[in-house]
Design a protein around this ligand. Structure first.
Ligand SMILES: NC(=O)c1ccc[n+]([C@@H]2O[C@H](COP(=O)([O-])OP(=O)(O)OC[C@H]3O[C@@H](n4cnc5c(N)ncnc54)[C@H](OP(=O)(O)O)[C@@H]3O)[C@@H](O)[C@H]2O)c1
Length: 262
């Protein structure tokens, strides 16, 4: 199947590691030009080099997207480099968890500042360019906990729910300009974020991380985490014109965890 991604310009927020990096490489394999934004320079350079080795043009910018301001700089830098932005992938993350009584206001604010405000601001920053082009494809990476709440993952789950609502609500307002916006709702995926989360959640349980993770994965009918590439394939599909009749949708990729009917 031709995904029609050749020479499309893709901006990936959180594109240096995990699902974002895996998606950047898949998009590069499909011939898209890649612009990566994240904080750490080393991972940005490594993913950029991997995409260049595939044979496409790449730009990068270091930015903390949990604060107001940088989103505009990121969008401007991508337009300066490539002249347009066809695709935005919001994959910067993620949030910390723990028992409700242990969660500080700061931890709640961190989750919303990055996962909700970070993504919302990136969408706001690219919309003028996409509207001018009369073309845009946006994929917000949310999380299964947005619709399948988990008591140990409340801040990320609530931020994911807000981002899902934003995705669905905005879709109707931008579709007349040729812009579609969808969400990926991932279950557990083996990335740096997942390792941190399992370490974090296992603390105080009396279990080592591996034993805790084994228990957690009993929630998942497939009994395992996904690899980042398994998420990247769905993100790439949603970012492509192969998904041309979809907007305002959330696609669940979670090994069978979520049981809702819609
Ligand atoms: N992995 C899972 O099991 C899972 C499940 C459900 C949902 N999710 C969600 O999926 C998304 C991607 O997660 P992942 O597992 O791929 O995570 P990851 O491997 O840790 O990668 C996260 C990416 O976001 C960047 N990032 C983090 N904080 C940032 C900030 N303040 N400003 C800009 N960039 C930032 C990271 O680079 P720097 O650290 O260098 O900035 C990195 O490129 C997140 O929103 C996460 O919440 C993950």
């Amino acid at each position: 199947m031709d995904l029609m991604l050749k020479d499309k310009v893709a901006l990936l927020a959180g594109g240096s590691k995990g699902m974002g990096a895996a998606t950047a490489k898949l998009l590069a394999e499909e011939g898209a030009k890649i612009f990566l934004a994240a904080r750490g320079r080393e991972a940005l350079d490594a993913t950029a080099a991997a995409c260049r080795d595939i044979g496409v043009e790449v730009g990068t910018i270091s930015a903390d997207l949990s604060t107001p301001g940088p989103a505009e700089d990121v969008a401007k830098a991508a337009v300066e480099k490539f002249g347009r932005i066809d695709i935005l992938i919001n994959s910067a993350g993620g949030a910390r968890g723990g028992p409700f009584e242990d969660l500080s206001d700061e931890l709640w604010a961190d989750a919303f500042n990055l996962k909700f405000f970070g993504a919302m601001r990136m969408v706001r920053a690219v919309l003028p360019t996409m509207r001018k082009q009369k073309y845009g494809r946006i994929v917000n990476v949310t999380g299964n906990t947005g619709r399948q709440p988990h008591p140990g993952l409340l801040p990320g789950g609530c931020a994911n729910a807000a981002l899902l609502s934003f995705t669905k609500g905005l879709s109707e307002a931008v579709v007349k300009d040729g812009i579609v916006i969808n969400a990926l709702q991932p279950g557990p995926a083996r990335t740096e974020h997942w390792e941190v989360l399992m370490t974090n959640l296992s603390q105080g349980t009396g279990m080592d991380v591996a034993t805790f993770e084994k228990g957690f994965l009993k929630l998942i009918p497939m009994g395992r985490t996904a690899e980042a590439g398994e998420m990247a394939r769905m993100i790439t599909f949603l970012a492509s014109d192969a998904a041309s009749y979809m907007t305002g949708r959330s696609v669940v990729v979670d090994g069978g965890w979520n049981k809702e009917m819609a």
